[in-house]
Design a protein around this ligand. Structure first.
Ligand SMILES: NC(=O)c1ccc[n+]([C@@H]2O[C@H](COP(=O)([O-])OP(=O)(O)OC[C@H]3O[C@@H](n4cnc5c(N)ncnc54)[C@H](O)[C@@H]3O)[C@@H](O)[C@H]2O)c1
Ligand SMILES: O[C@H]1[C@H](O)[C@@H](O)[C@H](O)[C@@H](O)[C@H]1O
Length: 344
């Protein structure tokens, strides 16, 4: 069966997902699109040669019988409304991160899904589908390095625009580490602290960059994550897990090595779209495959979106207070119990 998909938000990642569904993946067809910028939505239909209708807004799109599932790829503050409307309409939803911009918003989505009685939502935390992270997880699960004790990560973007603010280092950028790291070690976060090292001269006046976030899990694992969004040299994601018996490290993206002009080296990627391109393909294919036959999505859940939002809130509080902030998740609802933790 072909899954008819509506896309809400045809910006950068919306177009990326449309391209992959139309050209690379199987089992899905884009039948409807909407964007507050209607011209952008029309241009996407034309540029990709889609057999799809352009709708004025999410509600009108969701009212169409010809849509089985939606991708929510609008900007973060619009996600909650579209996801809630999709659940209300009984449609499957793939929502880009963040699920909602507040923990309360994520909780409303969790509650709506519980009321519906079946999981409909998958959150776009694509790193769980990245082969490097999957290998790390397997090594940790199989106790290859014994008990994990510490994790050291870096999330570096070459540059960001003027509109990128200090809290976005958490809500827009660290949010990927927040999701993937608790999944990696099967543990929950207990507390967080944020430090601001010497500021880069490339950061805009209002932005604290870089930042170092220290997360502690209930099991005692200490995680340090550097967020540096004006690092200039490339898009660089690092993760090293230090265990009792050894160390495992995220592989570098495959790249030719060169010798030229008296230099030996390898290139570093510049764009997030390229770094996790295979993982994006896998997450969307997995979503299509899981829900096409009426099943539940198998990827990161609305509860994972809620965990990320609660943790991000504590991180933003820690940015302001300079103190260690506690993270309280509350009890995991039964709808999300017994979920396979690995997308491996
Ligand atoms: N998983 C990832 O690695 C990843 C990468 C990039 C972006 N994202 C997330 O995807 C989302 C979109 O990011 P982007 O880079 O594509 O941004 P973007 O600004 O390029 O695109 C957002 C689009 O949403 C539209 N929009 C805003 N409000 C809307 C509404 N209410 N209804 C319909 N359309 C609306 C805008 O007009 C714009 O075209 C963000 O939440 C971002 O955090 C995730
Ligand atoms: O929205 C983007 C995206 O999520 C990237 O993966 C991340 O590296 C950027 O920092 C963020 O701004």
């Amino acid at each position: 069966m072909t899954l008819n998909i509506g896309v809400i938000g045809t910006g950068a990642i919306g177009r990326e997902h449309i391209r992959r569904i139309a050209r690379n993946l199987s089992g899905g067809k884009i039948t409807a699109v909407t964007d507050v910028n209607q011209e952008a939505a029309k241009a996407v239909v034309e540029n990709f040669g889609l057999d799809a209708q352009v709708y004025p807004d999410d509600k009108t799109l969701l009212a169409q019988g010809g849509v089985d599932a939606v991708l929510v790829t609008s900007w973060g503050p619009a996600h909650e409304q579209s996801v809630l409307a999709a659940i209300e309409a009984g449609k499957y939803v793939f929502c880009e991160k963040p699920l909602a911009t507040t923990a309360e918003g994520c909780r409303r989505i969790v509650d709506a899904e519980i009321k519906h009685g079946k999981r409909l939502v998958q959150v776009g935390f694509m790193r769980r589908y990245d082969s490097g992270y999957v290998q790390l997880k397997r090594a940790i699960d199989e106790r290859f390095i014994g008990e994990p004790l510490m994790i050291r990560c870096a999330h570096r973007n070459p540059e960001v625009g003027e509109g990128y603010t200090t809290d976005m280092a958490i809500t827009d950028t660290l949010i990927h580490e927040i999701d993937v790291l608790h999944w990696l070690v099967n543990d929950d976060y207990k507390s967080v602290q944020v430090a601001f090292p010497k500021k880069s001269r490339h950061a805009s006046g209002h932005l604290g960059d870089p930042q170092v976030v220290t997360l502690e899990t209930h099991g005692g694992i200490l995680i340090t994550a550097e967020i540096f969004v004006n690092c200039r040299y490339g898009y660089d994601i690092q993760c090293e897990v230090i265990g009792e018996e050894g160390i495992v490290k995220l592989p570098e993206p495959a790249s030719i090595s060169f010798r030229k002009d008296a230099t030996q080296g390898t290139s570093v990627l510049m764009d997030w779209k390229d770094r996790f391109i295979d993982a994006y393909d896998r997450e969307i294919q997995d979503f299509i495959d899981a829900v096409s036959g009426g099943g539940e999505p198998q990827g990161p859940t609305a509860w994972d979106g809620y965990i990320a939002a609660v943790t991000a809130d504590a991180c933003v509080k820690a940015q302001q207070s300079g103190a260690r902030e506690e993270i309280e998740l509350g009890e995991k609802p039964a709808l999300y119990e017994g979920r396979a933790l690995s997308q491996a």
